[in-house]
Write a protein that binds this ligand. Structure first.
Ligand code: CAO
Length: 542
């Protein structure tokens, strides 16, 4: 036997639209499964199936405007001979929620007048239709809150519908009698509001409705009751205190089960309605992002995933293991360290003259000096003078761990990404040895032949882009170190010597540091000193 499902009582809502069909002809459904979603300008509701069976026909399409009694679809019952051909007039759990249980307490009207009198009103659980008990899922007010007529106080939810319970009295919340998670039934008190009403609207105390009494006050008869949830559609209204979200009760229930805040979920249904699939995708994305190589920092909004194929041709290239590891380390440093970068310049004119003369001599031995070897030497000298740059912060932020060794990490660009081999005991080595070992480490890194211990124990790092170009950059500190020196390409620049412009070779320096360990003035002194040493390496001897 088949049953016809009609649009249920939609109260005063006029412009009701079929926004989503949740079943198709031939679908097998259980009793109470949602069939389609109706929406007015105020609320949305899912229409559940009154019986289990098979959908045999659907009489409406998405976008259709409907009204109470409109045929929606027909279902073949699984139970033989039990159903009739009579339309199911009340297919949804949509009994009209009009009877508001309230009681009011109004003090006696003093003689001679005030236009306004104080009243208290208990807002109770309204008629909740079939549902015997409903759950308080959200308290939207607290004791002492000011509320105005129409403000929502509490969100109730059954397994079929959610509804916001508003106040029709402007005033202050005197008491909230329920907690989130409480099971309540029709007539149970929720919130007491104290406010004022026009004296002319009050009625004699002997017409008391029997509601709660408040000491020392007499009561008028109830005000003409404006429905709490004006229509069953409003009972399904899916707003929350924080933001308006459109979602059916089943979706809301699922969101609660997963601990998902619906206001953070993007809906893909019509009019941005949130579907179950949206919750699932949201949870999936959160899970995968928390285990990915690049975790999201606390509270940092995620970068939305885009379908780039919409804009043109793309190719996917798998990231190398090195790139994934360095991405994770860089991200961790970036999020944990308050970075500041100090820029400076060193006049390396004389150093460059010396370097090229030495290169001519050393060429026969297969040795090549680049500015990097001198930089390592000068940096070590500066670290000895300013030991806080060769340190780490203790885990409890109690002290600096000053290192008495000078292991210099050298950032090396490889095909697979950035690698930082470590030149150990740089303070004990001469320029030529530093140049040879640095070149050997860089070659090993590029050939993927670096032993593990060659990448450990750095106390300070140098990142040189001088061979490539650029004027300055802001390197990321290689935690748990507290500073890193970035070096850009030197350039011959006219420098004023007091009477003339002289062509000088100027090397740009960019020192990034952890501001928790190092002050700005110390950083300026460090780069100043470094520049002085580079301009005349004889300072190293002092
Ligand atoms: N100014 C001008 N010229 C420079 C220079 C500078 N600051 N530094 C190097 N050069 C020159 C060299 O003298 C060499 O010149 P010639 O070929 O004429 O002799 C040329 O640039 C190439 O040098 P190089 O880069 O091969 O050697 P290097 O010792 O300077 O650097 C290494 C070695 C391993 C640091 C480098 O190859 C490298 O990988 N750099 C990239 C590091 C990187 O990616 N950092 C970014 C990390 S993100 O923070």
């Amino acid at each position: 036997m088949s049953e016809k499902v009609l649009v249920p009582d939609v109260g005063e809502a006029e412009d009701v639209e079929v926004v989503e069909l949740l079943v198709a002809v031939g679908d097998t459904i259980a009793a109470d499964d949602s069939l389609l979603v109706l929406e007015s300008d105020k609320a949305s509701m899912e229409v559940p199936s009154p019986i289990g069976g098979t959908v045999v026909s659907i009489a409406v399409s998405e976008g259709d405007k409907v009204e109470e009694g409109t045929l929606l679809l027909e279902i073949d019952s699984v139970e033989t001979g039990s159903a009739s051909d009579e339309p199911v007039a009340e297919a949804a759990p949509a009994e009209e929620v009009t009877a508001r249980s309230t009681s009011e307490d109004v003090p006696a009207e003093p003689t001679g007048t005030p236009k306004k009198i104080e009243t208290s009103k208990v807002i109770s659980v309204p008629d909740v239709g079939d549902a015997e008990e409903v759950t308080v899922v959200e308290l939207l007010v607290r004791q002492g809150d000011s509320v105005t007529d129409g403000d929502s106080l509490v969100v109730l939810e059954s397994d079929k519908a959610s509804m916001e319970i508003p106040t029709d009295l402007t005033g202050v919340v005197q008491e909230v009698m329920v907690h989130e998670g409480d099971e309540v039934k029709e007539g149970d008190p929720l919130v007491t509001i104290v406010g004022t009403v026009d004296a002319s609207d009050s009625v004699p105390a002997d017409e008391d409705d029997g509601g709660d009494d408040t000491a020392g006050v007499t009561k008028p008869a109830p005000q003409p009751a404006k429905p709490l949830a004006e229509t069953p559609m409003e009972a399904e209204q899916t707003t929350t205190s924080s933001a308006k979200v459109y979602a059916g009760p089943a979706v809301r229930k699922q969101a609660r089960e997963y601990g998902v805040d619906l206001s953070t979920v993007s809906g893909t249904g019509r009019k941005d309605r949130i579907l179950k699939e949206d919750i699932q995708l949201y949870v999936k994305q959160r899970l995968s992002s928390s285990s990915s190589a690049q975790p999201q920092g606390s509270g940092i909004p995620e970068i939305p995933v885009q379908d780039f194929t919409k804009f043109g041709e793309i190719e996917e290239k798998t990231l190398s293991r090195i790139r994934k590891v360095s991405a994770k380390n860089l991200h961790r440093s970036w999020l944990n360290i308050p970075h500041v970068t100090q820029f400076d310049e060193a006049d390396i004119t004389d150093l460059e003259t010396f370097r090229s003369s030495q290169n001519q001599i050393l060429q026969k031995d297969g040795v090549k000096l680049t500015p990097l070897a001198f930089l390592v030497k000068a940096v070590v000298d500066a670290l000895i003078r300013y030991p806080q740059f060769n340190s780490s912060i203790s885990k409890d932020y109690d002290h600096l761990v000053l290192k008495k060794y000078y292991h210099i990490g050298i950032a090396v660009e490889t095909d697979d990404g950035l690698v930082v081999p470590v030149l150990k005991d740089a303070d004990k080595k001469g320029i030529v040895q530093i140049a040879q070992e640095t070149a050997a480490l860089a070659a090993q890194a590029r050939d993927k032949k670096l032993p593990m211990d060659a990448m450990q124990g750095a106390s300070f790092t140098i990142s040189s882009l001088g061979g490539i170009g650029g004027t300055k950059f802001t390197p990321i500190v290689n935690a748990p170190e507290v500073a890193i020196l970035g070096v850009s390409r030197s350039k011959v620049t006219p420098v004023w010597d007091g009477s003339d412009f002289q062509p000088r070779t100027i090397l740009p320096l960019s020192l990034s540091y952890d501001h928790r360990a190092i002050d700005g003035a110390e950083a300026a002194r460090f780069t100043n000193y470094l520049a002085k040493v580079l301009s005349d390496m004889r300072h190293v001897l002092l």
